[in-house]
Design a protein around this ligand. Sequence first.
Ligand SMILES: [Zn+2]
Length: 413
Amino acid sequence: MDLLIRNIGQLIQIQDPGVRMVAGEAMSRLNLIHDAWLSVDNGRISGFGPMSRAPQPADQEIDASGCVVMPGFCDPHTHLVYAGSREQEFVDRIRGLSYEEIARRGGGILNSAKRLRSTTEDELFRDASLRLREIASQGTAAVEIKSGYGLDTESELKMLRVIRRLKDTSAITIKSTFLGAHAVPPEFRNDQDGYVSCIIEEMLPAVAASRLADYVDVFCDEGFFTTGNTARILEAAAAFGLRPKIHANELACSGGIQIGVQHRALSVDHLEWTGQAEIDALKGSDTMPTLLPGAALFLGLKSPPARLMISSGLPVALGSDFNPGSSPAGNMMLMMALACIRLKMLPEEAIQAATINAAYAMGVEDELGSITIGKRASLIITKPVPGYAYLPYAYGSNLIGQMLLNGQLIEIQ
Ligand SMILES: [Zn+2]
């Protein structure tokens, strides 16, 4: 045995092998063992159970002293490769400008695109590495990262190469998503159709040939890409074997959810504007509704109907949307707190949404997202807390005591 963690107050989110997600009413039931042990071999969970039946002492041991041990978070939606920050727009918004008005003035995504194009790959890699280290310290074990600030073929490939370097050098599990259709770049101003043709004819073949992307994304919403153009991109991407994870229904009932489901999207994300028709479309599909409460908080958007989704039998996942414009935070413990406070999700539901369901939403549920023998030992050991409900409750505290990635303790910042 490589490592034994003893005296775990609550070992939470235990799942049988083969459980890929948790939906509906079952989200409120969290499997746990009080006063538990867990063993690690070759970077993976090799056993667990109650302390009354603990194994013999191992060479390396951690005394969890009654703390909570849980799977590391999966964050299925981020844009954490970016150049510069956008606090000026933050101030503009405080002064009364809307997200759309800021976008019209050349702010927003196009602001980030301008900066990214003139930033070297090494600089992007260095800054993103620091952000990865920060979120690992906050309990994140897996993260999806999108391109989408390049908006031309070479700059999009540059972003995807940076994500590849992060995959090769970080202990965090990473998935990459090609988001050429994040915004229409200045070269195609007032010509969305022309830019979409460029994505289909030039960018997608280059991205597919480079094998740098795991998924494809489109910002399908009012003021961004139409459902018609979204469908064109998703059909072209399907020919290259790229499954969609799309931005949908953040700003309006845009039809994005239905287009995503029709194209077997792995996830549809944001979903502030979700009604019964959208919920009906999601029912019985393989598509994970993914909520991003950090962006909704930061932009002052209305909340998606998480309670109605869960009572309708749907699963729900959580992501941070870590990006410089609308959610400059990748702290998943905070996202769980926002899900409880603003979306009225129970702590048990928020934990399911940030672990197993988030793992599903980025296609890593076989490896991460639950306490299951054989999965990666990427685990959070909390600071002393009375129990797991304290985690979203004490929303301003840093409650990560120790963090393991693939069985190795990492340095907490
Ligand atoms: Zn996003």
